[in-house]
Design a protein around this ligand. Structure first.
Ligand code: HPA
Length: 273
């Protein structure tokens, strides 16, 4: 089967299994959005391992399933567990679910992640709405023969993150007193964190935060002309002149602290679409 046939096969399987669920919005529940599941009125769940052609998540902390239901009165499909390049998947695997969600009918894609702050005006556990990105990953998901049925050869990247949703989200954050910035996300492949020289470089080229996901998913979404909203939980500050050893427990604690505000923003934002 070609890649495109695999996408269609998976979509046909889901539509047959769930009697064509027709979600309006897709959500990738990364770091900071774990609790959003509790706000979804769940109608169906499909484990990744039961979906034909789906990669299977290897990170234990990411339970892999597609969740179908209602959030803020809208029909959504949420990915609980995403695929990272550093786990050994290629970028076409990492982005396969985004193609599937688009063909299931989603109109917009919402993404969350954890990121290290390189903008020294940020504080740990702040949020950053991604306004633009810099792709520092090692593979592009669109490499190879273009799949014309999905989109053009040279996708436009002048507005990778929908401006209207960024403004709506900033307003929601302000009204609710949620510490939130707008900034540029540098996407890297990982899994190692950055050296001091790399953090210095990432800040100098214009990024405010750095993380190991999101960019490939956004590239594929934009290839299919899918509007995107993405938000980072700033889990640690990466000051190259005073770099501390990362402690995963501290990162997880910061993500937990950011969760409430992030959940609020996404719920409100979806209700406004
Ligand atoms: N670098 C890359 N990814 C991250 C970081 C970081 O410093 N912090 C949280 N995710």
């Amino acid at each position: 089967m070609t890649y495109s046939e695999k996408v269609h096969h998976t979509v046909a399987y889901i539509n047959a299994e769930l009697n064509s669920p027709k979600p309006a919005y897709g959500i990738i529940l990364g770091t900071g959005l774990g609790a959003l599941v509790d706000d979804i009125t769940i109608e169906h769940e499909l484990a990744y391992e039961d979906l034909p052609n789906f990669p299977v998540s290897t990170v234990e902390s990411h339970k892999g399933k597609l969740i179908f239901g209602e959030l803020s009165g809208k029909k959504v499909v949420a990915m609980q567990g995403r695929f990272h390049y550093y786990e050994g998947y290629d970028m076409k695997d990492v982005t396969f679910p985004v193609r599937v969600m688009k063909l299931l009918g989603i109109k917009k894609l919402f993404i969350s992640n954890a990121a290290g702050g390189v903008n020294m005006d940020f504080n740990v556990a702040d949020l950053m709405i991604i306004e633009d990105h810099i792709d520092l990953t090692k593979e592009n998901p669109l490499t190879g023969k273009n799949m014309d049925e999905f989109g053009g050869r040279f996708p436009d990247m002048s507005e990778p993150y929908e401006r209207k949703m960024i403004d709506e989200a900033l307003e929601i954050a302000k009204v609710n007193g949620i510490p939130c910035h707008e900034g540029v996300y540098a996407g890297v492949s990982g899994p190692n964190l950055e050296t001091r020289a790399e953090y210095r470089y990432i800040a100098r080229i214009g990024a405010d935060a750095v993380g190991m996901s999101t960019v490939p998913e956004v590239i594929v979404a934009r290839h299919m002309d899918l509007p995107v909203f993405a938000i980072s939980a700033i889990t640690d500050l990466c000051d190259p002149d005073h770099l501390e050893k990362v402690e995963i427990s501290k990162i997880l604690a910061a993500a937990a602290k950011a969760e409430k505000g992030m959940t609020k923003i996404i719920k409100e934002l979806i209700s406004r679409q």
